[in-house]
Write a protein that binds this ligand. Structure first.
Ligand SMILES: CC(C)(COP(=O)(O)OP(=O)(O)OC[C@H]1O[C@@H](n2cnc3c(N)ncnc32)[C@H](O)[C@@H]1OP(=O)(O)O)[C@@H](O)C(=O)NCCC(=O)NCCS
Length: 158
């Protein structure tokens, strides 16, 4: 019997980890990409949510949010990855908005993230979603991300 596969945007199932790892590896070079182990930890951790966007049986994107106990009203976006074959179709913005709906439902007031200052597409998505510049983090990344070690911390009042 085949089980019914969900479509749309939803919290990832444990059996979807391989598709998520595959997208991460397509999006980032090996040194920079989260490993399968790190992704498994984030996906299975009760303090984080991994959202996926699926269409026609294909996972096209994922987003990971962490909820930290020491930050009562602030959550953090760890990453948004859209499979390169499906970029620039509004999927990044759509999955971000879905995750924010859940953040608000959980009583969060702020969403924060760090993004490479060279990552023009991601900066555009976050600006389009209403995130504002908070601070510049010099030397934030150990390995170069989009041609730089520097990141921008962005924040949004939900
Ligand atoms: C960043 C990312 C998630 C965006 O996903 P997406 O589905 O393509 O995003 P959207 O289609 O919602 O929006 C993309 C926006 O970036 C713009 N854009 C795309 N490439 C760009 C570039 N090189 N420079 C400037 N803007 C760019 C698009 O025009 C669009 O803006 P617009 O809607 O105002 O025209 C995707 O590119 C990705 O997965 N990148 C690799 C992983 C990554 O870097 N993730 C971010 C980690 S913080």
């Amino acid at each position: 019997m085949t089980s019914r596969q969900p479509s749309g945007i939803y919290i990832a199932n444990a059996n979807e980890i391989d598709s998520i790892v595959e997208i991460e590896q397509k999006c980032f070079p090996r040194k920079v990409a989260y490993s399968k182990r790190q992704l498994e930890h984030l996906i299975l951790n009760p303090n984080s949510d991994c959202w996926v966007e699926k269409q026609d049986g294909i996972i096209r994107a994922f987003l990971i949010v962490t909820y930290r106990q020491r930050q009562r009203f602030t959550c953090n976006i760890e990453t948004i990855d859209v499979d390169p074959a499906f970029k620039n179709r509004g999927i990044g913005l759509k999955i971000l908005k879905a995750a924010e709906t859940e953040m608000k439902r959980r009583g969060m007031r702020w969403s924060e993230l760090e993004v490479s200052e060279g990552n023009e597409a991601a900066l555009k998505v976050y600006k389009n979603a209403g995130y504002k510049f908070k601070e510049r983090l010099e030397g934030y990344y150990k390995f170069e991300h989009y041609g730089t070690h520097n990141a921008i911390r962005m924040t949004k009042e939900l």
